[in-house]
Design a protein around this ligand. Structure first.
Ligand code: P6P
Length: 290
């Protein structure tokens, strides 16, 4: 694509890092439900809408960004010249955790293609984790780096690299599987029974918190195919592609049950997909059982 600014990707990542303290600082007063549903039919919180508007305003203004899309809005925002990067965000992943004060995240995918795009079109992906501290994991050009986001008065004070060339530990320790057990398909339930005898359960209801456990301790995260919903729950463009890109860049594997998530051809902007990410051998085992 022409018209791309080589350091536009850096500006996009830096803008999300810079916005993270403001998003975190604005959560307390925005736990109420908004009047709308998102394009996936989920009730929005005021925080979802607000974080989306904040990120759209900032990211769409960057030279070299042609499209902005988010899990919270039905349509793509065309911004500036065509031929630039397409930015896809989940502004507040796991916002249902706001009520219970558990971790949440912001997910970013930077695609070198018009949306909806394949995961192979990603040139960078990142997530912010609003945990006891605010951290940001960035994957770019095959390398994964974790930063601590230090802020003062809701402003980014410093983005400090704390783990460079991040890779999944060789010996997996944790697993987290979404959906209700009675709704799991037989083949996923058989896989889960295997894993449950080997690893410790860590499931917090926000993909970012659960994936960060897998990146830290090794293991597997899944929001699987369900009997009631064979396509699973999580969104390809905004959640699964960026997370698959990060985990594969960290030496792990991803799957939609039939191969790398990054190879999935999207039909629509808000496609859902089953998602399995973690240590490569655990993903290979899943695929051998599917
Ligand atoms: P459940 C949060 O709503 C989310 O999109 C992901 O972050 C998370 O992994 C999943 O849905 C949780 O879903 O069905 O466990 O509430």
């Amino acid at each position: 694509m022409s018209g791309r600014d080589a350091d536009a990707v850096s500006k996009i990542v830096e803008t999300v890092a810079r916005t993270a303290p403001e998003i975190r600082g604005g959560l307390a007063g925005r736990r109420r439900k908004a009047d709308e549903e998102n394009p996936s039919g989920e009730t929005q919180l005021a925080a979802d809408v607000w974080a989306d508007e904040l990120l759209e305003r900032r990211l769409a203004a960057i030279d070299g960004v042609s499209q902005y899309a988010s899990e919270e809005r039905a349509e793509i925002v065309e911004c500036g010249d065509s031929g630039g990067y397409s930015v896809a965000v989940d502004p507040l992943d796991g916002s249902s955790n706001l009520k219970s004060n558990n971790s949440m995240g912001t997910i970013l995918g930077v695609y070198d293609a018009e949306l909806p795009a394949k995961g192979r079109d990603l040139v960078a992906a990142a997530y912010v984790l609003y945990g006891p501290i605010t951290t940001m994991v960035v994957a770019r050009e095959g390398e994964v780096t974790e930063y601590v986001i230090e802020s003062e008065d809701g402003e980014l004070a410093e983005r400090r690299a704390v783990r460079e060339d991040l890779a999944l530990p060789d010996d997996p320790t944790v697993y987290g599987f979404g959906g209700r057990v009675p709704d799991w398909t037989d083949r996923f339930a058989a896989y889960a029974r295997d894993i449950e005898t080997e690893l410790k359960l860590r499931y917090g209801g926000a993909m970012i918190g659960d994936v960060n456990q897998v990146l830290t301790y090794g293991g597997v995260f899944a929001y699987p195919e369900l009997e009631s919903r064979p396509e699973g729950k999580l969104r390809l463009q905004f959640e699964c592609n960026p997370i698959a890109y990060i985990v594969e860049s960290a030496g792990g594997g991803s799957s939609n049950g039939g191969g790398s998530i990054l190879d999935a051809d999207p039909d629509g902007l808000h496609d859902r997909t089953p998602v399995y990410v973690g240590n490569a051998e655990l993903i290979e085992r899943l695929e051998s059982m599917f």
